[in-house]
Ligand binder design. Sequence first.
Ligand SMILES: Cc1cc2nc3c(=O)[nH]c(=O)nc-3n(C[C@H](O)[C@H](O)[C@H](O)COP(=O)(O)O)c2cc1C
Length: 172
Amino acid sequence: MEVSKRKRREEEPEMASNSVSNQAQAQIKVAAICGSLRRASRNSGLIHCAIEICKESIPGMKIDFIDIEPLPFVNVDLEKNGTYPPVVEAFRQKILEADCILFASPEYNYSVSAPLKNAIDWASRPPNVWADKAAAIVSAAGGSGGQRSQYHIRQIGVFLDLHFINKPVHCS
Ligand SMILES: Cc1cc2nc3c(=O)[nH]c(=O)nc-3n(C[C@H](O)[C@H](O)[C@H](O)COP(=O)(O)O)c2cc1C
């Protein structure tokens, strides 16, 4: 065998194992947002369950809980020369860095809760940091299970160029 070919064959197994370990390291980053600010929120419970399930059984995916409580109410007067208040910038950066979004949404009066809509609106300001990301919704609400809030999140998200997974999950 030519020296160059033999050298390549000797190197191949190492290259193959490198590519497997690279795949194992590659992480899909999920930003999880809860529409309820309640301390004992069932929706934040859904996110924490998802985080645990992911740790146990989905290597290559990491879910981070993104707290929306510190965000001020949307007000374009807070925008200065295309920049946002530091807490808003930090939130937008976390959305930007995520590959996909998990919304956990209560239903408030047949729709999305105000804190969640506020967070969605901040991240929609230019440049829209939701654009072209995959998204999923889970919900815990009253008798409806949150179906109507899920439907409204989809309507808002389609306008913002999010790509939603079909087959909604909800529980009541
Ligand atoms: C202001 C308000 C409005 C609500 N409206 C609805 C509603 O329209 N439909 C529904 O199924 N539940 C409704 N609920 C109940 C909540 O969705 C339910 O308590 C849910 O568990 C709250 O989520 P959390 O446990 O994550 O805080 C409402 C609750 C509040 C506080």
